[in-house]
Design a protein around this ligand. Structure first.
Ligand SMILES: Nc1ncnc2c1ncn2[C@@H]1O[C@H](COP(=O)(O)OP(=O)(O)O)[C@@H](O)[C@H]1O
Ligand SMILES: N[C@@H](CCC(=O)OP(=O)(O)O)C(=O)O
Length: 264
């Protein structure tokens, strides 16, 4: 199999059981699958949400906090917990992880961007899987975004994919892909397997987050797809409950929704 550089983004709804703690089944399957894909000769970067979700579990908070100060404090606790668990699970499969926390400015400033790219390249050369999140305790774009198009981990994952010139971006969510309407609100919703162009008719399909712990919903995923596709990168949305789907996605099989890249 041809070596690929793959960015995988995983959402809170895949990593956490609401406010009740981490979803160890999904995290373990994810670590096992990504470790195996890396061992198969690919380069893997994981963009992981879940700091606030994990923090809520650790601090026994039943609801995602609304107050910014509290959110940032909860993220500080949860990010630590998340990395501890990633280190443990990836370690079980013989893979080392490294943490990169980003603010939007980091990728907007050319010299910082260049250093950042150097860090990613070095980590990948060392055989490490970088684990990326927005630096929630410092910046506010991501955790304040809720229904905005920018400032979320979906968009961040596309920015990272573009930065490292990835071959493929996969978003793992709590849903199988993009439907013709929100399946949580409409039992007859139908999956759209391929999107060739993200035009107004596609954008009109996207609703908000499905759970109290997810943010952005489909709107931010479409924003990510637009960035990825414009940079010549295919993007797939698939269900995070089955990370093994990544094997088929890498082979080019039809799973979830594929957003096709533009020819550069
Ligand atoms: N057209 C649509 N197709 C699929 N899901 C949609 C659509 N519109 C809104 N959604 C919602 O988007 C949710 C996924 O986004 P989100 O809750 O932010 O999850 P994540 O934590 O994985 O990023 C789904 O659970 C679904 O309820
Ligand atoms: N960066 C924050 C918020 C991310 C978040 O909830 O986004 P997502 O689950 O990807 O819709 C975190 O790690 O908790």
């Amino acid at each position: 199999m041809e070596k690929k550089r793959i960015v995988v983004k995983v959402g809170t709804s895949t990593l956490c059981h609401g406010g009740k703690g981490l979803n160890f089944r999904n995290i373990d399957l994810l670590a096992r699958t990504l470790a195996d894909i890396k061992n198969g000769g690919n380069e893997v970067i994981l963009v992981s949400s879940g700091a606030i979700g994990a923090g809520c579990g650790k601090l026994h908070l039943r609801e995602r906090p609304v107050d910014l100060r509290l959110k940032q404090a909860v993220a500080a606790v949860g990010q630590c917990e998340l990395m501890h668990i990633y280190d443990k699970f990836f370690g079980e499969y013989g893979v080392t992880v490294g943490q990169i926390l980003l603010t939007r400015d980091d990728v907007d400033m050319p010299n910082v961007k260049q250093n950042l790219l150097g860090t990613f390249e070095s980590l990948l050369e060392l055989g490490v899987i970088p684990v990326v999140n927005e630096n929630d305790s410092v910046c506010i774009e991501e955790i304040e975004s809720e229904h905005k198009i920018f400032g979320d981990n979906d968009t961040l994952s596309a920015v990272v994919a573009a930065l490292v010139s990835a071959d493929l971006l996969v978003l793992l969510s709590d849903i199988d892909g993009l439907y013709d309407c929100d399946p949580r609100k409409n039992g007859g919703a139908r999956l759209i397997p391929v999107v060739g162009e993200i035009d107004a008719s596609i954008i009109a399909l996207a609703g908000g987050a499905g759970t109290d712990f997810g943010t952005g919903g489909m709107a931010t995923k479409l924003s990510a797809a637009a960035i990825a596709n414009e940079n010549g990168i295919d993007m797939v949305i698939t269900n995070g409950d089955n990370p093994q789907n990544l094997y088929d996605i890498i082979k080019g099989n039809s799973i979830g929704t594929l957003f096709k890249r533009k020819a550069l």
